[in-house]
Design a protein around this ligand. Structure first.
Ligand code: CU
Length: 147
């Protein structure tokens, strides 16, 4: 009987581990933008976004970049107004979401609250990082229950 109870407890424990893992899988995910490249000049963030898709509503994007110093370019993060401004890297109506110092340390988190296309771009050097440095990507978060 003791053995059977033991097996029963192990069975429940395994069941719980499986269930908890499944529910964790459906929770919001957290992405370091650019992975080990972080948010840097010349990395292809369009490819990164394609390779990490799909993104879901309430997922979090983490932007990490060094604050201005003598060895690195400063970076920032803007939300571009629309597809057109995103394509031509026109920052005139963009909204600043991360300034040049906010990517330091653990970086800053951007929660994908809305199911709309988010156009991210670096705003430094008057759009040059966006244009030539490939520092831009778009994300359209899906409804959390969509596969
Ligand atoms: Cu930049």
């Amino acid at each position: 009987m003791a053995l059977r109870t033991g097996v029963g407890i192990v069975g429940v424990a395994i069941f719980l581990v499986v269930v908890l893992n499944i529910s964790e899988g459906s929770l919001a995910a957290r992405f370091i933008v650019g992975d080990s490249a972080r948010w840097s000049f010349g990395y292809n963030y369009t490819d990164w976004a394609i390779n990490n898709a799909p993104f879901f509503q309430y997922d979090t994007l983490v932007f990490k970049y060094d604050p201005p110093n003598s060895t690195t370019f400063p970076h920032s993060v803007y939300l571009m107004k629309n597809l057109r401004s995103f394509l031509i890297c026109d920052l005139s109506k963009a909204i600043l979401v991360g300034n040049v110092t906010q990517g330091d340390g653990q970086g800053f988190e951007f929660l994908l609250k809305k199911r709309k296309t988010h156009y991210f771009a670096c705003g430094e050097s008057n759009g040059t990082h966006c244009k030539i440095g490939l520092m831009k990507f778009s994300v359209l978060p899906k409804r959390p229950c969509e596969a």
